[in-house]
Ligand binder design. Structure first.
Ligand SMILES: *Cc1c(COP(=O)(O)O)cnc(C)c1O
Length: 429
């Protein structure tokens, strides 16, 4: 499979180049040249299939034979080694729990897969690969843990100082080894801009192999499409065509993966992009004009994105037409007050504890489902990752899983840096 740039369809790259470059030379995002449709037999077999089995069947179209099938099967089995259950929350609403991986958020899925693909390609005659990741919280921990100890790969995580939760921070600042954390005086968009500048820096790229682990990397977002199929595998087939999937969205990598699954034939009714007060996408759907805005800090902070990097991919999937997009996707935006009230409501009515991001997904279904529809929201993080917020609104005590406690005993090690690309460059040289 070849991959083209969203800025220029005639610029194509092979898998290795697209994965190691992250971003196309013209700053476009790589997209698969063709998206296959899954055959009828796949849907017949789906209900009995495991996540790694689905992963292999779906992803081999994009990654094989560039990666040999037997090797690829093994990579998929290693990456998708934790459960992703559909859990009933209320009569018509279920959660797809994506937080059973090592860092308790859905980003484990993409990061674990990407780490394995990159280490497969890390045969650059001993030249190290530098992975740059801007994070609003969960990417940093998932990427750092996904790559920890992988030989010949160095991970540089940039995050906005004081704007991620303590627990999130500990998950990527205490690891050491091949992981370096940069505490940037700025907001997430500054971190993202600095990373993008590094990729565009000709001089630096001649000296070093730089690559991205953000959802701009196609090997990060494509594996996420697998759990949309896996969700249907757990739902009775007669409900598939009435299913509405609500995706709490920030950089829109997760929903892009869902839309790719839809292009492959995922027979669901529609999608909702559930967002916090950063409402650029909802405004786009309403007006047809895309207007990036500075990001606003919210209690669902992993979605505090004012210029979603995967918007270009979403737009591409609909031929750039807002009208086409509206036929499949709606978008609902929630302020912090409403997110908090939703956490309280779900706890009270269903005894289910949502994290702030999942609560946005739930709220959109609650407010938007019609009477014959069935809703699944992506529960993107474990509530313990946002324990202060969740306990405040839910009024319950949230147990901290063992795998999270492990990080709390670590020592934070960071490099403090102003939001200036040249300072980062000095460190990377
Ligand atoms: C990253 C993240 C999101 C947003 O996902 P995108 O792919 O950026 O849209 C939502 N919830 C949590 C918990 C996250 O970490």
């Amino acid at each position: 499979m070849k991959f083209y740039s969203t800025n220029n369809r005639s610029h194509v790259a092979d898998l290795k180049t697209a994965v190691l470059k992250g971003l196309a030379p013209d700053k476009g995002l790589y997209m698969p040249e063709s998206i296959p449709t899954m055959p009828a037999s796949f849907w017949d077999n789906l209900p009995g299939m495991s996540m790694p089995q689905i992963g292999f069947e779906v992803l081999k179209h994009f990654f094989c034979p560039d990666i040999p099938e037997d090797k690829f099967r093994q990579m998929v089995e290693e990456a998708f080694n934790f459960p992703v259950p559909v859990v009933k929350v209320s009569d018509r609403i279920s959660a797809l729990e994506l937080f059973h991986g090592p860092t308790l958020a859905f980003k484990d899925v993409g990061a674990r897969f990407l780490a394995r693909v990159m280490s497969y390609f890390a045969d650059y005659g001993g030249k190290a690969i530098n992975v740059l990741a801007a994070t609003s919280g969960d990417t940093g921990s998932a990427v750092a843990n996904g790559f920890l100890g992988v030989p010949n790969v160095y991970v540089h995580v940039l995050y906005p100082k004081g704007k991620v939760s303590k627990l999130q921070e500990l998950q990527f600042t205490t690891l050491g080894q091949n992981i370096t954390a940069y505490e940037v005086s700025g907001v997430f968009d500054d971190c993202q801009r600095m990373v993008k500048e590094a990729f565009m820096d000709k001089q630096l790229n001649e000296q070093k192999i730089l690559t991205s682990a953000n959802s701009i990397n196609l090997a990060r977002f494509l594996p996420q499409s697998v759990y949309y199929f896996h969700a249907l595998a757990q739902i009775p087939r007669e409900k598939w065509s009435k299913t509405v999937i609500s995706v709490p969205s920030g950089n829109f990598g997760d929903i892009t993966a869902g839309l790719v699954a839809w292009k492959m034939g995922l027979p669901v009714k529609r999608f909702i992009a559930a967002i916090n007060a950063n409402r650029v996408f909802a405004d786009y759907l309403a007006s047809g004009t895309y207007k990036p805005a500075p990001s606003i800090a919210t209690i669902a902070n992993a979605m505090d994105v004012g210029d979603p990097s995967n918007f270009a991919r979403v737009s591409e999937l609909f031929g750039g037409s807002a009208a086409e997009m509206r036929k499949l996707i709606s978008s609902l935006s929630y302020t912090d007050d409403k997110i908090g009230a939703t956490i309280a409501q779900v706890e009270k009515e269903s005894g289910y504890t949502c994290d702030p991001h999942g609560a946005v997904g739930y709220a959109a279904l609650r407010d938007n489902l019609t009477s014959d529809e069935f809703g699944v929201f992506l529960e993107t993080a474990h509530p313990a990752k946002f324990i202060d917020t969740v306990q405040k609104y839910s009024g319950t005590i949230v147990d901290i899983p063992e795998r999270l406690k492990r990080f709390m005993n670590g020592t934070k090690q960071t490099i403090e840096i102003e939001a200036d690309y040249n300072l980062l460059k000095e460190r990377l040289k």
